[in-house]
Design a protein around this ligand. Sequence first.
Ligand code: CA
Length: 347
Amino acid sequence: MRVGRAAGITDPGRRRLRNEDAFICEPPLFAVADGMGGARAGEIAAGLAAAALEEAGSETRGEEGVVALITEANRRIWERSLSDPQTAGMGTTTTAALVDAATGTVGIGHVGDSRAYLLRGGELEQLTTDHSLVAELVQSGVLTPEEAERHPQRSAITRALGTESTVEVDAFTVQSEPGDLFLICSDGLSSMITADEMRGAIEQADRDPARAGEALVEAANAHGGEDNVTVVLFEMVGPPVDTADGPVDASLDTAVRTATSPDEDTLEHVPVAVAVATAEEEDGAAPRDEAEAVNEGEDEDEDEDEDEASASQRRHGAGAGGRIAALTLIAAAVAVGLVVLYLATTR
Ligand code: CA
């Protein structure tokens, strides 16, 4: 299992001058951070979180790895806010996904209200639970999910990165399947459009991460664009592999598609190598009949020619038939000559 196509996109939206969101789209790591704070503090907090996450080494794995990364990011933002009064109180959300190719698992950790979703089959499932005021009110039964979507305090978060010396990170692991499409986004998307609208936009873009990302930002802006919008999408492809992190040969993708698309209706979508293999099978089947048909009308000399001929030549019986005609003509001419000679000698 490995990461297929991936894309990240961020947009200031229609109401904000600045963009305080940041994202990472560097397989196997994907993340979105949504900063908050006065002046440029929000940008600084989100930027620090992204920078800390980007330092993940190749040995960083699983949800424990994601928690370690986010915890380190928290420490850096907190320390910066202590040393730089202008950034006091700054914070950021962070939702990060780390893919482990060897096990086909995706470790996800998050703090705040940036969300992770999974599109599997036709269903878009929200994987994370917001650390927000309205989410807590929904959980305690005070608000309905519909009321939460319109609540004036819906962007108030109850947990953030960098506002305290320590942070509690929610983390879990998803066992991925081929075709899974993961979506991480800031609330500038999820507060503007519903999950159903997200799914529709992604399907409309044929699940292409780059096109889907643009479509989602467009949709958020069309619904008001009240906040910065950030979207990161990545797909999982291929069967589980034994090798850990090394890039997997592109032929793996070919193998999967061959196995799942054996019928001729899908031939135009399968790699050239597969189409050629199929064509060779057809070549092998059709000429056999032609060769047998040709052999029925031929003598042994022609059979030797047949054995030496290439496949493409064997497909055509006309050449051998022409030679037969020529031999017949020569035989006839010789016969006529013999008759003439006999008549001449018997006069
Ligand atoms: Ca936001």
